[in-house]
Design a protein around this ligand. Sequence first.
Ligand code: NAP
Length: 357
Amino acid sequence: MSVMRQGICRILGEGRRRSQCGEEKGASDVPACSMRGSCEMLDAARCVSIPPCRVRGKRKRGRTERYQHTIMPDRLIVVTGANGNVGAPLVDALAEQGISVRAAIHGAESAFTADVETVHFDFTDRQTWTPGFRDAQGLFVLRPPHLSNVETTIHPALDAAIAAGVGHVVTLSVMGAGANPFLPHRRIEKHVESQPVAWTHVRPGFYMQNLSGTHRAGICKHDEIIVPAGEGRANWVDTRDIGELAAMVLAEGAEHDKCIYEPTGPEALTYHAVAGILSDVLDRKIQYDRPGLWRYVQHMRRDTNFDLGFILFTCLLHTLVRLGRSSRVTDDVETVLGRSPRSLRDFAEDYADVWRS
Ligand SMILES: NC(=O)c1ccc[n+]([C@@H]2O[C@H](COP(=O)([O-])OP(=O)(O)OC[C@H]3O[C@@H](n4cnc5c(N)ncnc54)[C@H](OP(=O)(O)O)[C@@H]3O)[C@@H](O)[C@H]2O)c1
């Protein structure tokens, strides 16, 4: 068990700090926190307010924790889904930190801001795994949305990565995965946890980039967003923040072993509020139409090219939003990156041209 406690318990003493982590209550199997420098600057009262650093038995950094970054430059990180919403900013953020990165590309090559090594990679084609993982120390793994049978694709690829010497795996999952053992994301997480490897799970909230991806056509052509989310609020997060958080975790490596991060934006917003922000930024009225499930499915079948499986999945997602199950906001972006997450207005201003074309 690696424990780095410099500076943590100067004021309260180790015993108090340990009890915050639940470790004194017989939970000796729970790894100790590896926070550093946290409490030197805090007074006792604030220190007591640090929330328990575990999420369902896994440790998690707390609200007021701060630590110095210890980037390990001599590492090669492989990023799967490298041209996706999260993968692309992750590749750029790693390269910016001077970390060697290999972008594992499935389809069309993407233009990264940085000049990085690329390799063709396919979870369904074993021939691509060895060149993909060669000499790598860290791996970012996502579940491509259409791959459901993770046991025959992603699990064996992960085994190959670990056999090739990868020592730290960061999974891209989804908020709430811990409570859903049948979710493919959770099955991947559990597989990684069972392997002899350091792991970190990143479970984000609702992507702002859904507005520039899935909803782009509706906004551009009809000035409207059509989803069955009622007046429920979602914890919108910019995938650039997820990518940058994952980059920091990969750059620091085993420092984040067994941590779970749930990046969200700064606030939960209804689609009405989102449409209002887009209207302001684009200087034209964007409507939010909130149909029932049946009318939504009819609209998606008639007006888009999405397949039925995806449409039904989005029904589930938006039902969760409508029921208020996607509104929890965390400060994990600030905890890891030391800055506030981007707001939906920041995102809308940066992407405005996407909805003007
Ligand atoms: N949307 C949300 O609000 C939300 C919220 C939380 C979590 N998530 C999760 O985030 C994940 C998606 O992340 P994302 O949005 O960054 O990805 P994305 O933009 O949807 O891109 C998927 C990536 O996977 C690659 N890919 C497709 N098939 C592959 C294969 N057989 N082998 C290797 N790579 C393959 C794609 O490459 P090509 O494009 O070249 O084929 C692409 O780079 C999903 O698991 C989703 O459930 C989504």
